[in-house]
Write a protein that binds this ligand. Sequence first.
Ligand SMILES: [Zn+2]
Length: 263
Amino acid sequence: MLKTRSGMSVREVLARMLKNIAYHNIGYCNVCGRISFFICTDAKTARNNMHCIFCRSSSRKRHVAKMALWKLAKKTASIAAILKNASQLKIYNTDTSDAFSKILSRNESYTCSDFFPGVNPGTQVKERVFCQDIENLSFPDESFDLVITEDVLEHIRDYRKALNEIRRVLKPDGYHIFTIPFSFDSGTIAYIDIVDGKEVQVMPPEFHGDWLRGKIAVYRKFGTDLFGILDLTGFETSVNFSRCVDRKYGIVDSFVFISRKTA
Ligand SMILES: [Zn+2]
């Protein structure tokens, strides 16, 4: 049977499209820079779908793009336009297969990475594409204007080390724009704790899908104590909400963290 990239059959995707017909949206895709149609396949998880028919960017990705353009390239309408208007911006994205990577792969200022199984972290697998361990990045200090991590930090064993590394590779006043599972009503909830250097599962295990490894363990759901940790690490942080639908960009029910590296 013919399968789509999400693993669903074409018939299932069509059925879901019909079921969610009230949520589809015509708008401007700020990733590929085209008037587009955003397809909803599940209204409950709309932040992770509402895919652009051209570049496959999700609602979440367009929200990250909106924040990145707002903070770093105000006169640039889309990530695609960065190739022309703001090509000097040094961007590091911790995803090699997403819409950003597809569009910016020709831009010499763009670097991306994944954690490829069986490859030594720090290895360059092709031009400006790396295997990286985010707790120990191989990049020199102050390499980037922007670091993007989307739903990555919850899978990192020592996320404080990762935040220090992100800060280290950012230029002064550079931005870390990121998404994470987050509770605004509680502190961070650990699923896996580290006791005497060993991982101990302290909550029922949770996994997220990963295109390289199938599924990856969730170490924690972040909570309000993260703001203090970001502050101590040397970031000034705000959160941008799109709980109300931003129909222009097809952004639904999501929030994005924006951390600026302070002196
Ligand atoms: Zn697009």
